[in-house]
Design a protein around this ligand. Sequence first.
Ligand SMILES: Nc1nc2c(ncn2[C@@H]2O[C@H](COP(=O)(O)OP(=O)(O)OP(=O)(O)O)[C@@H](O)[C@H]2O)c(=O)[nH]1
Ligand SMILES: [Mg+2]
Length: 199
Amino acid sequence: MVIKDATFITSVASADKLYKTNKPIIAVAGKSNVGKSSLINMLANKKKLAKTSVTPGRTRLINYFDFGSFVLADLPGYGFAKVSKEEKKKWAVLLENFLAKENICLLLSLVDIRHDPTEDDKMMVNYLYHYAVPFVLIATKADKLGKTKIKPSINQIASCLKVGVGDITPSSAQTGLGKQEILSLIEQAIISAKDTSEI
Ligand SMILES: Nc1nc2c(ncn2[C@@H]2O[C@H](COP(=O)(O)OP(=O)(O)OP(=O)(O)O)[C@@H](O)[C@H]2O)c(=O)[nH]1
Ligand SMILES: [Mg+2]
């Protein structure tokens, strides 16, 4: 799949304002600073489509992007310590509503390849099982590890999250590692969603 001209659609702050579309929805989730916006820019071949930030926790909204054959939703990052309890609750309501209400074709759940998944990462995976959302895990920032460390790290993450190693794709927004695999996972998810809707 080739992404030609991805564009920003809208930002949404509350669950009653979720963006309506007939296109398949691909969502991107993960803790603050894990590299969601950077991954979106990599997939789009655009440096500044989604705002990236050295200060974690900047994206508090769901940002929607038109990728041509699908709509991509950049979900607000979780696990940011300096956020008030009230704001955390708001985040959880928004996320749970999004997962429950939207017909998500595939969710890319991002974890940092360098670290064991956090409790929040585990909670995210539990949410995904609970709401029966099809998902794959993406281990980000692989350029920060030596080549020989990638496989052991993926094994470790898989065992922490109780998923198969084949369900985790290493990626790097810096080198472009994983880009083609992720695009083809999205493409397959779109095709199989179409097939099921035609039965
Ligand atoms: N080396 C390296 N740095 C990365 C990679 N992806 C993201 N970063 C850096 O990590 C920081 C956070 O990246 P973002 O893409 O803004 O992360 P995010 O998950 O969108 O963060 P929030 O929107 O705040 O939740 C930035 O400084 C990025 O440049 C990567 O693959 N390799
Ligand atoms: Mg972001």
